[in-house]
Design a protein around this ligand. Structure first.
Ligand SMILES: Nc1nc2c(c(=O)[nH]1)N[C@H]1C(S)=C(S)[C@@H](COP(=O)(O)OP(=O)(O)OC[C@H]3O[C@@H](n4cnc5c(=O)[nH]c(N)nc54)[C@H](O)[C@@H]3O)O[C@H]1N2
Ligand SMILES: Nc1nc2c(c(=O)[nH]1)N[C@H]1C(S)=C(S)[C@@H](COP(=O)(O)OP(=O)(O)OC[C@H]3O[C@@H](n4cnc5c(=O)[nH]c(N)nc54)[C@H](O)[C@@H]3O)O[C@H]1N2
Ligand code: SF4
Ligand SMILES: [Mo]
Length: 675
């Protein structure tokens, strides 16, 4: 028996350090690393029994070639040599006939290791493939936050243990960020209060001292209403504002439009509650706002984040111990990403496609249609919006699709060639985090299962097949670390600590704003000249948008026992999660003839799916919530929830608007088991 340290590779802000026990080459248990300052010995329910995922019967272990129809899921086993030869020759033919931009790689966040997540990048740059911009997850949050603060830095997450008022703004931390919530529990012991602002009473809201329901997409109006009250009642820090912020006079003037009464009309939050919230915020010693990515996945998402992040500037919270705000910590890692992106290999500037609009891109590129599609670290048949269009695109007979995967997913069923991927337990990597500040190394815990290969091994091998001679296609993976983080090689102490697998912090986030903010003006920008240049209102603003058809607002947030689609192959977790559910208010259900829990039809102009209606007054009337992204085989009609979501983009950063859709519901017409 031996123990090996590794890192949780999933797309989660906590980036846990894991201690794995290995017996006769097999992982038998996974525990949280007690020595890691953020993990502190705990893992979530998903990863605490990770061996069930590693050894799941759904794991792919050999390369496969499609023998059935696209989407049918019938394959024959082939060798790696056959697979690589076939892919290389298809690529060469396609490029000759249709040009290199007819090749496109759809990338996801299945593995967040810096090397494995980006390992495809040098290959597709060298090839001259179409490039992507934006992603399904959080780009609007990045851009919105940066306009105000200047970089992906904020208050140290652990410092929340010293706050006296914690605002959880659009995040279900109990499910998606539990390690940071654990630090707040220490503040709670000393009397700190937690307020949750969210359209539904999620797991975190149930633990709050005060839960404030808000109409989805209207957060900027609430934040501006708070600012209105703070300024009117003199609950602001004038000296701080003068020293550390830009544009207060312009902001102040614009706040006249955001009286608590008007804010009530927009947000549904009673005017008295807007005032009470603002007073609590203004009177707190060190208020801390945790902003959730959920807020950003709408057509006003970027502006909402930009606006909320102005609040700490009014009260000087960033410079108070235990106060401030946090969106991401990603800026705390000084990385030379070019070492793995390798944009220098691009033969010329190539076409850029919106990643979020995969279906559209597959169906509507008239000038240079996509002919070869690669999928890495993603399950877009389920996770992409407008899933009906994605499926239609993947059914195109003239499309050659290669999917590199760990599991027999819904997306794999559409592949022409399937390649088996290692899990992070079977490969080397180095991890930054977007929810803490510690750099971690992950050594392989076990050898690859079956014939699985890591992303890095696949794309370097494919590069060599294509005849590419640059050293990135033959570099030992461990050498890449020095290119990514030069200081780990040059600084002896850091080097030794890294080699010994110690947790390293390369940047002290506590000092991040000591001398000001990393914006163009060096101040927290209430007024942003850059926004004006980019075509946005330069001041924080509540944006109006057109509503589409449908009588309920659909939210599609994370489920507790799964992570996007990554745990669909673990039976025990599926069982804990229950079944694909739509939470809806009993009144909304009753007026549509739905009197009790049961299977219903949920539909809009894009499609219809069957979900189990759970009638609950934890959802405000007018909103409906479908947590999680279920594998088709675990749904009654084999239809993904994202059939209903639109591929419209966010206001900033080309992100997804997964929380900004309308639906209708009715009793199901077809026969389904009424449990
Ligand atoms: N258990 C679990 N953990 C996960 C994931 C998972 O699927 N399951 N997913 C992982 C991934 S990929 C990510 S990106 C992260 C973060 O994943 P996110 O999806 O950003 O989750 P949260 O940040 O928790 O934010 C979700 C909350 O935002 C709320 N919300 C939606 N729209 C609005 C709005 O307009 N205003 C306000 N105020 N709130 C809104 C939702 O109701 C929900 O409670 O979590 C990661 N962790
Ligand atoms: N309705 C709805 N839709 C959503 C969300 C939601 O909450 N609700 N969340 C959105 C968000 S925030 C995100 S980030 C996206 C995520 O969407 P995706 O990026 O598609 O992520 P997953 O669905 O988890 O699928 C990741 C896949 O990568 C595979 N994988 C893991 N590690 C590796 C590896 O090392 N190599 C290779 N080749 N494959 C690997 C896993 O087996 C898994 O099938 O989904 C978005 N879509
Ligand atoms: S999913 Fe998140 S909380 Fe769970 S082990 Fe991984 S990093 Fe930690
Ligand atoms: Mo995400």
């Amino acid at each position: 028996m031996k123990t090996v340290k590794t890192v949780c590779p999933h797309d989660c802000p906590d980036t846990c350090s894991i201690v794995a026990q290995v017996e006769e080459g097999r992982v038998i248990s996974t525990k949280g690393d007690p020595a890691h300052p953020f993990t502190r010995g705990a893992l979530c329910a998903k990863v605490i029994r990770y061996s069930e995922r590693i050894y799941s019967p759904d794991r792919l272990l050999y390369p496969l070639r499609r023998v059935g129809a696209k989407g049918e899921g019938r394959f024959e086993r082939i060798s790696w040599d056959e697979a690589l030869d076939e892919i290389a020759s298809r690529l060469k033919q396609t490029i000759q006939k249709h040009g290199s931009e007819s090749v496109y790689c759809f990338e996801g966040s299945g593995n967040m290791g810096i090397i494995q997540m980006n390992a495809h990048s040098p290959f597709f740059h060298k090839l001259g493939a179409s490039q992507g911009r934006g992603n399904l997850c959080s780009p609007a949050a990045d851009v919105g936050w940066n306009y105000t603060i200047g970089a992906m830095l904020g208050s140290r997450p652990e410092s929340v243990k010293q706050t006296d008022l914690f605002l959880v703004w659009g995040s279900n931390m109990a499910s998606s960020n539990m390690h940071m919530l654990a630090f707040f529990k220490e503040a709670k012991k000393h009397g700190a209060q937690m307020i949750v602002i969210d359209p539904y009473k999620n797991r975190t809201a149930k633990q709050a001292d005060w839960y404030i329901p808000i109409r989805p997409g209207t957060d900027a109006a609430l934040a501006l209403g708070m600012m209105h009250v703070l300024v009117e009642e003199g609950l602001i820090n004038q000296a701080y504002i003068e020293k550390y912020t830009l544009g207060f006079p312009e902001l102040s003037e614009s706040l006249a439009d955001y009286t608590p009464e008007r804010v009530e009309q927009i947000t549904g939050v009673p005017a008295e509650d807007v005032k009470r919230l603002a007073r609590m915020y203004g009177q707190a010693r060190a208020p801390f706002i945790r902003i959730g990515i959920g807020v950003s996945r709408s057509r006003r998402g970027g502006m909402s984040i930009r606006t909320i992040s102005c609040l700490p500037g009014l009260v000087g919270a960033f410079h108070k111990t235990g106060g401030g705000a946090l969106m991401f910590t990603s800026g705390a890692f000084p990385i030379n990403m070019e070492a793995i992106y390798r944009t220098d290999l691009l033969p010329r500037e190539t076409r850029i496609l919106d990643n979020v609009r995969l279906g559209y891109n597959l169906m509507n590129q008239d000038v240079s249609p996509i002919k070869c599609l690669f999928v890495t670290g993603s399950n877009p048949v389920l996770s992409c919006p407008d899933a009906g269009m994605v499926r239609n695109g993947l059914l195109r007979e003239d499309l050659f699709t290669v999917v590199h995967e760990q599991f027999m997913t819904d997306t794999v069923a559409y592949a022409d060639i399937v390649l088996p991927a290692t899990t992070s337990f079977e490969s080397f990597d180095v991890f930054k985090s977007y929810g803490h500040t510690y750099l971690q190394k992950a050594e392989p815990v076990i050898p690859p299962l079956g014939e699985a290969r890591s992303n890095y091994d696949l794309y370097t091998a494919l590069g060599r097949r294509m005849g590419y001679t640059e050293d990135i296609f033959s570099k030992p993976i461990r050498d890449l670390v020095w290119d990514l983080f030069p200081s780990l090689q040059t600084n002896e102490t850091l080097h030794d600590d890294f080699q010994q697998g110690k947790t390293i912090e390369l940047f002290n986030i506590d000092d991040a704003f000591a001398d000001g903010f990393p914006t163009p003006s060096g101040k927290l920008e209430f007024y942003s000249e850059q926004m004006k240049k980019d075509g946005y209102p330069p001041l924080p603003t509540y944006l109006e948008v057109d509503e589409e058809e449908g009588d309920l607002h659909l939210l599609t947030p994370p489920a507790h026992f799964t992570l996007n689609t990554s745990f669909g192959g673990v039976e025990a977790l599926r069982e804990k999660e229950g079944k694909p559910t739509l939470q809806v208010h009993p009144v909304d259900a009753a007026v549509r003839g739905i009197e009790e829990d049961g299977w219903i039809e949920v539909y809009n102009q894009r499609g219809s799916v069957q979900l189990w209606a759970r009638l609950t007054d934890e959802i405000p009337p007018g909103t409906a919530v479908a947590e999680g992204v279920w594998w088709s085989r675990d749904t009654p009609d084999q239809k993904p929830i994202n059939l209903l979501t639109s591929d419209r983009l966010t206001d900033m950063g080309w992100g997804s608007t997964l929380h900004d859709n309308r639906i209708s519901i009715r009793k199901t017409q077809s026969k389904l088991p009424q449990e």
